[in-house]
Design a protein around this ligand. Sequence first.
Ligand code: HAM
Length: 414
Amino acid sequence: MIRAIRGTKDILPENINKWKFVESTVNKIMADFHYSEIRTPIFEETGLFSRGIGESSDIVSKEMYTFVDRSETSVTLKPEMTASVVRAYIEHSFDKQQGFNKFYYISPMFRQERPQAGRLRQFHQFGAEALGSNNPALDAEMILIPYMILKQLGLKDLTVKINSLGVPDSRENYKSVLRDYLSDKFDGLSEDSKRRFETNVLRIFDSKDARDMEITENAPHLIEYLDDESLEHFESVKQILLKAGVPFLIDPILVRGLDYYTNTTFEISSGSVGSQTALCGGGRYNLLVKELGGKDTFGVGFAAGIERILLACENENVFNLPRKEIDLYVVRLDKSLEKEVFGTAHFFRAKGLSVELDYLGRSVKAQMREANRLNAKNVLMVGGEEYERGNAVLKNMSAGEQKEVSLSDLNGIL
Ligand code: HAM
């Protein structure tokens, strides 16, 4: 038997309401903040991600679904959306038009990670990217939007962590300070961190290895080496968040796994999802548009993982979904009336009501049981003596009342 690929999941009808609930909350809040939806292809030229996210990142160096297609082009299933949105922004000359744009998306993403609870190989993100302004209010907005969405879904156990990575000059300066600090401790580092010492020394802070954590515990922090402008920007972001009532912690070792960040970085994590605690992450990327061939353009954004959010909602037991029900179930009392019943169901469906009927030749009793199972608000019974008179019996299931209605004049009965 062929099974779904490891790390991918079917979203079954019994769960679809939860997904729609998340998606409609996202659509509503994004509309309130005046973001426009963008949809980009599932795959892109590989170079977009290797240049955008960075060769030394885990995503590019070991997690991408990359293959050479029949025309010898190396393509990659998108592991994230920021690079794709920026590519579309440049390709459609948004950078040369009004300049400032706010986009949002809901889309599947692909990363070949080791699957576990909350970590999949095909997963889904919603997110936003604002391009064309360096205003710290936008950094704060990118934290506020997911925070509001998560709160609206009912989640409580949330922690917002923020940091600033500054600009490349101050960061390069800090990197040499960090390398100096680590150099006489190098032999004690894990193999991964030894590699990162050269390729991406900041990521050593991400290591979960106990030895690495002990070594970096007293290391100097980037925030102490930030240039004045970055510090001022960070200060404004904090002030705006305070004003908006978003509680946050400053996490000086929050470096994030993608290389495009400058200045603000942030994550929102949940205490109710096991080991994969990050529900959302993002930050500012003021150099990415230029790096990908566009005009010098500021950028900031976030993305949140829907599967992890659903897991948190389940664990916090916050789903209070509306009961699934249908407007009408049409019961066929006589087998010979199959076409008549289908026509009646169609009449109401064409009016915009949700209607179900039996396709399995079931008995009247079984049809009634099905109507109950589907939480039908009304049942229309077609057949018997009433049918001889040109009528049918309409039963309102919550009130338990029933009345005879004319089949030739069904307008206005529901
Ligand atoms: P990211 O931190 O790589 O950032 O991913 C954002 C979120 O996607 C994570 O916090 C997590 O909830 C979810 N996620 C990531 N990988 C997986 C996985 N394998 N399985 C399930 N969920 C996952 C980005 O993708 C950036 N593009 C965010 C951004 C937008 N920065 C600026 N703009």
